[in-house]
Design a binder for this molecule. Structure first.
Ligand code: SF4
Length: 129
């Protein structure tokens, strides 16, 4: 439900739509969409403002969060991308991310790399303009 709502809002011209149009567009009902939007509003994904249309009260729903774009370079460090066991791996399976040494090590190495970069930022003074 939330994904559908976000996609609809993203495809609109100004990233906003009327709540009364949203539930019709996804073949849902006003109550379900209202609940979903309320949850999304609490998490800061959307903002709703009262709006009157043809003497009916509704909300204008605005998408707040920008689309998160993940690039391959952001995740290529993960051992799963080159793992020969990928197709047999799954939660609660004999081969599982829950007990995978390769995944643990790649996460650890990435974390250490991040930590080193953060420490380096603290020691190098910002460039003068
Ligand atoms: S969690 Fe481990 S076993 Fe599973 S795909 Fe990733 S690296 Fe391979």
């Amino acid at each position: 439900m939330e994904e559908k709502l976000i996609k609809l809002l993203q495809s609109s011209a100004d990233r906003s739509l009327l709540q009364s149009d949203l539930w019709k567009s996804i073949n849902s009902n006003s109550r379900e969409v209202s609940r979903a939007l309320s949850r999304m509003e609490k998490r800061g994904i959307v903002k709703r403002e009262p709006f009157s249309k043809d003497s009916h009260k509704t909300y204008k729903v605005m998408l707040l969060k920008k689309e998160v774009r993940v690039q391959i370079s952001d995740v290529v460090w993960c051992s799963c991308f080159t793992c020969p066991d990928l197709t047999r791996c799954g939660m609660s399976q004999p081969i599982s991310p829950e007990n995978c040494i390769k995944l643990t090590m790649s996460l650890r190495n990435e974390y250490l790399k991040y930590q080193r970069a953060e420490e380096l930022k603290k020691t190098v003074p910002p460039e003068k303009k």
